[in-house]
Write a protein that binds this ligand. Structure first.
Ligand code: NAP
Length: 348
């Protein structure tokens, strides 16, 4: 991959948050190969970090146990650090995370802002943040880029957008650079839960809902190894105060995704067609029941609209400014790795 970008991190003092997460663990493995002078990791669980990394890797990590949702002082965590990769977040469809704002805001908004403010006080030079295309919500435009206005339509999406806004405010601090990546749905080994687990489960039962018969919709996907390269590129070349959309540029359609998932789970009829009107009626009818039961609804009307929106994401800015060149585009490989991991880790 991009040796020049990786070399720029050699000898730097780096902090990674969310090192036990899906993306964070891949980032740490990549960083270990780059040889920063110091690799500090914030984790809520030393034991979980121990499950993910062998003794020789662990010896090279400086582990700090902490919780971003607590009103702690994060200045010691940021002390003597040049670059922070902030991957920790409460993400949807994860075990133990409900779909309500209460789950997302304390970590994604308040925790991110608290960490970034501590970073400015500690003299950290670069803060690389992972946001999400969920921060954009549903757009009327068919092709979207970083200039497209954001209308997040879920508690998670709003938390990711609010975190972006907090960080963009802080990057006015002299000497403090903030670079934000906005990836779409990420595939690869190491996920706990996630939307792809739901995809495989539904396809296995033949229940994946194809609303309004729209199998031709393009759905962006990104391989985790490409995202990790994008993170290194953002640290090396990203312009401060800028947001970069990233995905595989593979132009995958819903039909290709669902049929590939169907093949992997061994079901040749992985989906059911649902008339559009029926989808809205079912979602509308289930919402009050979910509310009464104190649970997050199965889906909301904005989520149905988002599912149906043809959103082609333009990654020209990441290509031009970061030199981002996604290498993972083979759907069989991207979904295959994810599926094998889910099976291996007994999630499927
Ligand atoms: N996966 C995707 O498809 C995708 C797509 C777009 C954007 N993103 C973004 O990418 C980032 C990483 O996502 P991911 O898929 O790697 O999520 P993940 O697997 O759920 O990992 C999240 C990480 O954050 C940590 N964390 C959660 N709450 C914390 C807290 N209160 N204090 C400290 N650490 C905390 C978790 O620690 P524990 O291990 O202790 O739970 C875990 O290490 C997130 O910002 C997410 O919004 C992900």
């Amino acid at each position: 991959m991009d040796k020049q970008a990786a070399n720029m991190l050699r000898g730097k003092r780096v902090l990674v948050t969310g090192g036990t997460g899906f993306i964070g663990q891949h980032l740490i493995r990549r960083l270990l190969s780059v040889e920063p002078s110091q690799l500090r990791v914030l984790t809520r669980s030393r034991a979980r970090l121990g499950e993910l990394f062998g003794p020789s890797d662990r010896r090279r990590l400086e582990v700090v146990v902490g919780d971003l949702s607590l009103p702690d002082d994060f200045e010691p965590l940021c002390e003597d650090i040049d670059v922070i990769f902030h991957t920790a977040a409460a993400a949807p469809h994860r075990p133990g995370v409900s779909n309500a704002a209460l789950s997302f805001n304390p970590v994604n908004v308040k925790g991110t802002a608290r960490l970034a403010r501590a970073a400015t006080r500690s003299g950290v030079a670069r803060f690389v943040h992972i946001s999400s295309t969920a921060a954009m919500g549903t757009q009327a435009e068919r092709v979207v880029d970083e200039q497209t206005p954001c209308y997040p339509d879920s508690p998670y999406g709003r938390s990711k957008r609010n975190a972006e806004l907090q960080l963009l405010g802080l990057c006015q601090t002299p000497g403090f650079d903030v670079v934000i990546l906005r990836p779409c749905l990420v595939s690869g080994e190491g996920q706990r839960g996630g939307q792809l687990l739901t995809l495989f489960k539904l396809c296995r039962r033949g229940w994946f809902p194809v609303i309004g018969n729209r199998l031709d919709l393009e759905k962006p996907l990104l391989g985790v190894h490409d995202l990790v390269e994008a993170l290194l590129l953002a640290a090396a070349r990203g312009r401060s105060g800028e947001i970069y959309l990233v995905h595989s540029d593979g132009r995958h359609t819903l039909r290709q995704i669902v049929e590939t998932a169907g093949r992997l789970v061994g079901n040749t009829r992985p989906y059911r067609r649902i008339p559009l009107a029926l989808a809205y009626v079912v979602v509308g009818a289930l919402a009050p029941l979910a509310f009464l039961a104190g649970r997050a609804p199965l889906a909301t009307a904005p989520q149905v609209s988002q599912f149906l929106s043809e959103r082609r994401i333009d990654i020209a800015k990441a290509r031009a400014e970061l030199g981002f060149r996604p290498g993972q585009q083979d759907l069989g490989d991207m979904l295959g790795r994810t599926y094998e991991y889910y099976r291996h880790s007994h999630q499927l």
